[in-house]
Design a protein around this ligand. Structure first.
Ligand SMILES: C[S@@+](CC[C@H](N)C(=O)[O-])C[C@H]1O[C@@H](n2cnc3c(N)ncnc32)[C@H](O)[C@@H]1O
Length: 328
């Protein structure tokens, strides 16, 4: 596939930092929807392994700049090193993207031309057993993306009430067996803390009747997703980043968001809709009294999904959905 800018995936591959275990998702689409051009300023709120950032820097060469944010110290350290050739055109900040407004204020920047969020965890999070994100390895229950944070998965799993656990697993994991899993966790805690990913994975799996084990995914997948979202407060961060990010976009600036599950995609879709409507008066008001003006024009009516060729190359891309909007 060739983007509007005439790039092919193979053009990008030499610019993806090595060694890298994370392949950037929908690379051509990201560049196209961000509308990368020389002289413009972009924010990559999810720097990760720097894959998308390096593509933006290449597409916006020789003068386009990127501010790359990530709250994970490993991502920051690795990417600082792998993108050091671009250091004159990029600024790296270790921060939660929900604090984008403060970051821009500290950098004395009033507006930017594009914001990218490529949500969730990176392949290196899943591949590092010590981070406690994966049920494939036995490790302490951690799941923090920002290790400066005190609250870990251990705290949530061992200190939350039965009701809260059930709510977390139901709401953030969309797990129909949430009640049984929460009950099994609370019962297990009577014998001692649930301290490892294996314990949590075994508990979730055995709480779901065998005949209802999903075929496509591990039975503990939804429980792990739910606890991870709760540990990292992922949905609130996303809501805040969209609202504050939109206010930082200059006229014609683009916001591009890639999500990996329906909870995230729903937030992006609904936020873009709300911000493109303007008026927030109740439907039965005869005329608008709020005076809110639309801030965005939605560019992707339906979410963009990766091609089958990309999914074959990078299975992590299979659930990705990209939505883009433009600041009015
Ligand atoms: C899917 S990876 C991004 C990969 C990147 N686009 C690339 O091409 O290498 C998501 C990254 O976003 C970071 N992240 C997730 N939520 C964040 C947040 N609220 N604030 C800052 N960084 C966040 C994670 O630490 C992770 O490194």
């Amino acid at each position: 596939m060739i983007s509007d800018f005439g790039f092919r995936i193979s053009d990008f591959e030499s610019h993806i930092p090595h060694p890298i275990s994370h392949i950037p998702v929908m690379p051509e689409e990201v560049i196209t929807f961000l509308g990368c051009k020389p002289g413009k300023l972009y924010v990559d709120g999810t720097l990760g392994g720097g894959g998308h950032t390096s593509l933006i820097l290449k597409a916006a060469a020789p003068t386009g700049k990127v501010i790359g944010m990530d709250w994970d110290e490993d991502a920051i350290a690795t990417t600082k090193e792998s993108l050091k050739d671009y250091s004159e055109r990029m600024t790296i900040v270790r921060e939660n993207f929900a604090n984008i407004k403060k970051v821009m204020k500290d950098l004395d920047i009033e507006s930017v031309d594009g914001i990218l969020l490529d949500l969730g965890i990176s392949s290196y999070h899943l591949e590092r057993p010590d981070r406690g994100f994966s049920f494939r390895f036995d490790a302490p229950l951690d799941m923090r993306m920002d290790k400066r944070q005190k609250k870990t998965a251990y705290h949530i799993v061992n200190e939350s009430s039965h009701k809260t656990l059930e709510e977390i697993i139901w709401k953030y994991g969309e797990e129909r067996w949430a009640k049984r899993i929460a009950k099994a966790m609370v019962e297990e805690r009577r014998h001692g803390p649930i301290a490892t990913t294996k314990q949590l994975s075994d508990l979730a799996s055995s709480a779901i009747p065998k005949k209802f084990h999903p075929r496509e995914i591990h039975p503990a997948t939804r429980t792990f997703q739910a606890i991870r979202i709760a540990v990292n407060d992922e949905l609130n961060n996303l809501n805040k980043a969209i609202d504050d990010g939109v206010n930082l976009l200059g006229s014609g600036g683009r916001m591009v968001i890639i999500s990996f599950h329906s909870l995230e995609d729903r937030i992006v879709k609904q936020s873009f809709r709300r911000l493109s409507k303007g008026c927030i008066c109740p439907n039965d008001f005869p005329k608008c009294v709020c005076g809110n003006l639309p801030k965005l024009k939605i560019i992707t009516k339906n979410p963009i999904t990766p091609s089958w060729e990309e999914v074959a190359k990078n299975p992590r891309a299979r659930s990705a959905k990209l939505r883009a909007s433009e600041r009015l």
